[in-house]
Write a protein that binds this ligand. Structure first.
Ligand code: DLL
Length: 423
């Protein structure tokens, strides 16, 4: 489509979605009424700047279904992503939403060069996380053969990659490196496998990592970006030019804003990425602040696609960490520690990458009255905290107990996070 036609389509869809949320989501109706905006005031895509922002806090305040627009009888699936406190963010999808998602995911796969002839392994986690099922439906919709490998069980997965002649794979970039390493241990060479295309995302990665993965697995690696609040994987994807990721902007309208002033920034400037869902029925969102920092790219892409491109994510405007593809907020760890009487509210989080897998170590001070010389008792305490953290974060952390008063007390902002990964 020409840029003009895209903008015209976006304007029409924006008007429709504003009208839809106005009549179906009290949260938005109240906000729009407070701002004195009627759905008919929004006619073109340029009018978007008049609309209110939506934040993760809004989703939390309206947990679980407060922002849902469709009646529950129309919701065919829910996914969830981690919140900054105990409450996850719940996202409901209608059948049409699942159709749009699958279609956009198939678009990504087609851009990478996947066809019906391919056998494609989905090695994102299946479950509440959107990675597994999101990619799965896209592969099926395209008509390629899907192998729902999910995460874990790396050796079995590698044997399947070899024995089934799997040609495409979707997983986090760090898991791709882990696969390469495990291949070495099993004595499988890259000449023994047929992988040719990888769809890597769910966490930040660099050009250096791309080169490393490509050379070790013998494939072409492409970026895939997305977030559960907006849909899941498929919001943007790289084409063969591997120069920025095309946004499915007929469904997800992007803006870049200054995270401090909340003012929209001109094309090309780096800031916080904001999305408005233009067609979603289950939980449509107006101007959702992703907290991801990047910029939108000027100009046409050599591949011929006219959809706007975004650069890689260069950081976050909050303190969220992505560990093994799972979003972790330090505040979640803090509230677990604070709810356990044995520990001081003094902790430090250390993230390392060992054998290409992320490791989280939580260093925490044990209160004097609980200090003991008995190693089994200390080990039991470490286990207890690690179990509690696992139930909240869905990943296992190594807990390291310290005597009370060990960690440096800071005057200003405390340095609680040490991220040793080079990404
Ligand atoms: O990570 C969806 C997804 C699954 C995307 C599989 C790609 C592949 P969430 O768990 O809600 O959803 O996490 C969303 O992950 O706001 C970014 O901070 C980060 N993220 C996702 N993809 C990329 C990427 C899924 N390609 C959050 N590069 C987002 C950098 C990414 N960061």
């Amino acid at each position: 489509m020409s840029r003009e036609d895209i903008r015209e389509l976006q304007g029409r869809r924006l008007h429709k979605i504003v009208d839809y949320v106005y009549h179906n989501v009290p949260f938005y109706r109240n906000k729009l009424q407070e701002m004195d905006i009627e759905p008919d005031d929004i006619q073109t895509i340029d009018d978007i700047v008049r609309l209110p922002y939506t934040t993760k806090q809004d989703l939390r305040d309206n947990y679980p279904y407060g922002l849902q627009a469709a009646p529950q009888s129309e919701i065919v699936r829910v996914h969830a992503s981690s919140g900054t406190t105990g409450n996850p963010t719940i996202v409901g999808y209608t059948r049409k939403d699942i159709g749009v998602w699958s279609e956009c995911m198939s678009r990504c796969l087609t851009a990478y060069g996947i066809t019906r002839e391919d056998t494609f392994s989905v090695a994102y986690g299946y479950g509440l996380f959107t990675g597994g099922l999101g990619a799965h439906y896209g592969v099926e919709n395209l008509g390629a053969t899907v192998v729902p490998a999910s995460t874990g069980n790396t050796e079995k997965h590698l044997r399947l990659i070899r024995d089934l002649g799997i040609t495409g794979i979707a997983c986090t970039p760090s898991y791709a490196l882990h696969l390469a390493e495990t291949m070495g241990k099993l004595g499988i060479r890259k000449e023994d496998i047929k992988l040719r295309i990888g769809a890597f995302g769910a966490e930040p990665w660099t050009e250096d990592m791309r080169r490393e993965i490509e050379s070790r697995l013998g494939l072409q690696g492409f970026n895939i970006y997305g977030l559960s609040e907006i849909m899941g994987p498929c919001v943007s994807y790289e084409c063969e030019c591997k120069h920025g990721s095309h946004i499915c902007e007929d469904h997800f309208f992007p803006e870049i804003i200054d995270p401090e002033t909340l003012q929209p920034l001109p094309r090309g400037q780096q800031g916080e990425l904001v999305f408005t869902t233009l067609t979603k029925e289950g939980m449509p969102l107006l101007r959702y602040r992703t907290r991801d920092l990047c910029s939108l790219m000027e100009g046409e892409c050599e591949c011929g696609r006219t959809a706007v491109r975004m650069t890689r994510i260069v950081g976050r405007s909050d303190d969220m960490l992505i560990i093994r593809g799972i979003n972790v907020f330090p505040s979640q760890i803090e509230s677990v520690i604070l709810s356990t009487q044995e520990f001081e509210p003094q902790y430090q989080l250390i993230v390392d990458r060992i054998d290409n897998l992320d490791r989280l170590t939580v260093r925490v001070e044990l209160r004097n009255e609980f200090m003991t010389d008995l190693l089994p008792e200390l080990a039991a305490l470490e286990h207890k905290l690690a179990d509690k953290l696992k139930s909240v974060l869905s990943i296992r952390a190594k807990v390291q107990l310290l005597p009370q008063g060990t960690l440096e007390r800071s005057q200003g902002k405390s340095k609680r996070i040490i991220d040793n990964r080079k990404i």
